[in-house]
Design a protein around this ligand. Structure first.
Ligand code: HEM
Length: 138
């Protein structure tokens, strides 16, 4: 552990990830990811059944990840992640597939270390969603 790490307040550390990646890159990842989702045979129909306004969905999810990675909120979105996925009864297989698609997309846009940090967040959410849905943890 170096001196900077040792003295940084724990809550301040995640912000480094959001700022290192940058809002523009997060937006590009999200737009590309949902373009891949729309073309995906397993996930495409699941999203098509719910999402009517893709630009609005992407803007909301860009903000979600920016904040989840430690950036300061810049819009008054409210999230109900558990409810949103409970409503459509996501399955463990779908969550694993979502994560694999997301990993490919992150690695296509970001250096390996930043992709790995963001992916770790998504995997933790995937585990929570799986457990809440009563599916095998992924
Ligand atoms: C680790 C895996 C996943 C993560 C981190 C994730 C994350 C999110 C987040 C943050 C939202 C916004 C929720 C809100 O508006 O409050 C969302 C919405 C949504 N997710 Fe996921 N998701 C995952 C997997 C999946 C899977 C596997 C599916 C489909 C089978 C799915 C379908 C949807 C849909 C349809 C919405 C839009 C809900 C709406 O606007 O009402 N997600 N997701």
């Amino acid at each position: 552990m170096n001196e900077t790490t040792a003295s940084a307040p724990r809550a301040a550390r995640p912000r480094i990830t959001a700022e290192h990646i940058g809002l523009g890159a997060i937006r590009r990842v999200i737009q590309d990811f949902y373009a891949r989702v729309r073309r995906d045979p397993l996930l495409g129909p699941r999203f098509a059944a719910v999402v009517e306004d893709w630009p609005a969905h992407e803007a909301k999810l860009t903000h979600f990840w920016w904040v989840s990675l430690g950036g300061p909120a810049y819009a008054p979105y409210r999230y109900r992640v558990v409810d949103a996925h409970a409503l459509i009864a996501v399955r463990g297989e779908e969550i694993r597939h979502w994560l694999a698609l997301f990993a490919d997309c992150l690695h296509a846009h970001l250096p390996a270390d930043l992709a790995a940090q963001w992916l770790a967040r998504a995997q933790a959410m995937g585990r929570s969603l799986s457990l809440i849905a009563g599916q095998e943890p992924c």
